[in-house]
Every structure is written in C-alpha cells, then in structure tokens.
Write a protein that binds this ligand. Structure first.
Ligand SMILES: [Cu+2]
Length: 108
C-alpha cells in the first residue's frame, strides 16, 4: 500500500470516529431532553396523609423519577420520563386516588 493511500485510509477512519462521537453526544442530549417536570396543583391535598397517598401512587407509576410534595402550596412536583408517561397520565394517577387536579388555564 502506498503512503498516500495509507494516509487516506487513516483520514477516513478519523472522520468515522468523529461522526460516531458526535452521534453519541446527540443521543445523550436526547436522553436528557426526555426528562420533564410537571407541577400539578391538587387543591384538596391539605395534609401529610393526603400527600403520602398521592406520592405512593405516583412512585408506583412507570416513568416517574421523583416526586416532591408541598402541602402548603397544594403542589405536587413530578420529574418524569416523557417518553414513558405523559402529564395527563400523571393527572389520572392522582385522580384515581380520589383527589381532583386543577388543570391550569392556558394563556397565549
Ligand atoms: Cu389530608
């Protein structure tokens, strides 16, 4: 093999490696982007035992990564994988425990 062809081969290999590395970075970026946070208002969640019931139901739901509850603000914060579960499904999960969810009115 001539020196030129050898250099050309190495150059092609370098480009392939760079493309593979770039693809890996893109895939990682996508994995991070799939994580979403929902702040869900539950007006009648007024004490710790309400919170425990809701937290337990959410924790059992596939795709839910973490749940933080503020009973003073009546707020449930859920971090979830949006490829595995939707915010609407999270609302349903909470409503199945007997608590109504206050859906925010969308403003333009
Ligand atoms: Cu309560």
């Amino acid at each position: 093999m001539s020196l030129n062809r050898e250099m050309e081969r190495k150059q092609k290999m370098r480009i392939k490696l760079a493309v593979a590395a770039a693809a890996l970075v893109l895939m990682n970026g996508e994995a991070i982007a799939k994580e979403a946070t929902a702040n869900i208002t539950v007006p009648k969640m007024d004490c710790d035992s309400c919170a425990v019931v809701i937290k337990r139901a959410l924790t059992k739901t596939a795709g839910v990564k973490s749940t933080a509850i503020d009973t003073d603000k009546r707020l449930v914060k859920v971090v979830y994988e949006d490829s595995a579960v939707s915010e609407a499904q999270l609302h349903q999960t909470i409503e199945k425990t007997g608590f109504e969810v206050k859906v925010p009115v969308k403003t333009k």
